[in-house]
Design a protein around this ligand. Structure first.
Ligand code: NAP
Length: 244
């Protein structure tokens, strides 16, 4: 019997999963995107865009669209949607899987913090010129640091308040050579990063180590309990088992 899989996406893993799951017989795949990134690279197959309206909205969506399986392949820092997915899947009683790439392992040049706000607190004693690689949504946490200078990298231009400095619009993956060149050109003294994991943005960590720069690493937020896999191959195995 045909089953329907909803993939909560917004990551390269979600896109690859949609492409590969679409080849499974008797499985209809729908990808869901928040709709934040302009000119997003859409997954193949059916795609819906925009929030559901909280956990209640997601429950309604799962019911109205007769979703049988849910894979939460959102970014490790997208905690709200992951908690909503956990509650909604429980309520509708469908299997849910989290696909989350492994976090990067700590290095001696890291200073680990639990939030952007805590990263902002320690920056004035650490450096003057900072490479901020946290995307565009959370820049406000650094906006009060008027005495510092930031190189802010993101895919789309910022919309809210931003700290002093320069915006660098760029979409990964980046090479170590590119990262080294940005760090040197802008005379960067420290980097702020989220522990996103994955290959696309890991080069900055190698460049920082080479150049002996500190990295303020924001640790991942708490995520709901549940079955979790680290890559697309394992997610496909889970689908095979759940699909029957
Ligand atoms: P979030 O804080 O967890 O979610 C905020 C709200 O956005 C959710 O409550 C939901 O709205 C909506 N939403 C999020 N992901 C959605 C999806 N895949 N489909 C439909 N609605 C979604 O999420 P975020 O951190 O803003 O991230 C938004 C999207 O960008 C995610 O899909 C994530 O995978 C991607 N992304 C995030 C980051 C990051 O650093 N946070 C980095 C790269 C990509 P409703 O409550 O109305 O349903």
């Amino acid at each position: 019997m045909k089953k329907r899989l909803l993939i909560l996406g917004g990551t390269t893993e979600a896109k690859e999963l949609a492409e590969r799951a679409a080849k499974i017989p008797n499985l209809e795949v729908i990808s869901s995107l928040a709709g934040r990134t302009q000119n997003a690279v859409n997954p193949i197959g059916l795609v819906r865009v925009g929030g559901f309206g909280g956990e209640a909205g997601l429950v309604t969506y799962l019911q109205e669209n007769s979703i049988d399986l849910l894979i939460d392949a959102t970014h490790p820092f997208a905690a709200q949607i992951s908690w909503n997915a956990a509650i909604a899947a429980d309520q509708v009683a469908i299997p849910r899987l989290m696909l989350s790439r492994p976090a990067w392992e700590p290095e001696p040049n890291w200073i680990e913090v639990e939030s952007n706000e805590l990263a902002a607190e320690i920056l004035p004693d650490l450096a003057q010129r900072i490479f901020l690689t946290i995307g565009r949504q959370e820049l406000a946490a650094f906006a009060h640091l008027k005495q510092l200078w930031f190189l802010m990298r993101m895919i789309d231009p910022p919309t809210g308040v931003i700290p002093p400095g320069e915006v660098l619009l760029a979409r990964g993956p980046f090479t170590v050579e590119q990262e080294r060149s940005w760090i040197q050109t802008y005379q960067i003294q420290a980097i702020v990063s989220k522990n996103s994991g994955g290959e696309a943005t890991v080069a900055k960590l190698s460049a920082a180590q080479e150049l002996d720069l500190p990295i303020v690493m924001v640790n991942r937020p708490a995520m709901p309990m549940g079955t979790k896999v680290a890559d697309v191959d394992q997610a496909l195995l889970w689908i095979a088992r759940s699909h029957g």
